[in-house]
Ligand binder design. Structure first.
Ligand code: TZP
Ligand code: MG
Length: 219
């Protein structure tokens, strides 16, 4: 549990759609941002190839996931896949992260038990309560805490209140907060009860990734 909390400290999420502003080809753009982020000390990475500008060719997606996994291994940083348990198993990821709209969590647990770490998104207190006792769920992703530009179909922002309510409820599951988090707001996220911050744009769009990650760590 302590290791999971540590793993959530600065949890970077990205796909090629998040690196287009760099003006490079999609794959080199993502790999370059990822390697810089790994050098600067992210504690976890999630490959999330999703949205209208994402790669569509399944073969390219698998190949890119493998390259990201290799990079993460070099830096001893856990590697997660968003949504797709089959892809996570195929590329020997460390874990998979699923949402409430993906397959029923019991099915996901059955498929990944003993093979993959498992993260689950929660957007409401009842969802957190309903899933709190599931030992196979290693952590909750809570959000979007603030409005986000990085997910077209994001739910309404839940604010810091949901993190506080989950802790007040006595739920001790490791929590990573997500959605619109910046280096400046990371402290408030931890004060509200999260173990770490999950970000896309605060790293992928940063002009000084070293500084951004230092601040996201709360340092
Ligand atoms: N899930 C909820 S908000 C979000 C995801 C994947 C996007 C987070 O991106 P950003 O740029 O850190 O707001
Ligand atoms: Mg999902």
């Amino acid at each position: 549990m302590q290791d999971i909390r540590k793993m959530l400290t600065v949890y970077f999420i990205a796909g090629t759609q998040d690196c287009q502003h760099l003006g490079l080809l999609p794959e080199p753009a993502l790999l370059s941002v990822l390697e810089t982020a790994l050098k600067c000390g992210i504690s976890c990475f999630q490959f999330r190839e999703k949205g209208k500008n994402a790669l569509q060719d399944p073969q390219k997606i698998v190949q890119l996931a493998q390259k990201c996994r290799e990079l993460c291994r070099q830096y001893h940083v856990p590697f997660f896949i968003n949504d797709d348990v089959d892809l996570a198993l195929a590329v020997q990821a460390d874990g998979v992260h699923v949402g409430q709209d993906d397959r029923p969590i019991a099915q996901v647990i059955e498929q990944c038990q003993g093979k993959l770490l498992l993260g689950l998104s929660v957007n409401t207190l009842p969802q957190a309560i309903a899933n709190a006792a599931l030992q196979a769920v290693d952590y909750f992703g809570v959000g979007p805490v603030f409005p986000t530009q990085s997910k077209a179909d994001a739910k309404a922002a839940v604010g810091l209140k949901l993190l506080q309510q989950i802790r007040q409820q006595g739920i001790e599951k490791p929590l990573v907060a997500i959605g619109g988090i910046t280096p400046a707001t990371a402290i408030s996220i931890r004060q509200a009860g999260a173990d770490g911050v999950a970000v896309i744009s605060a790293i992928s769009r940063s002009t000084n990734i070293t500084n951004s990650i230092q601040q996201l760590k709360g340092q």
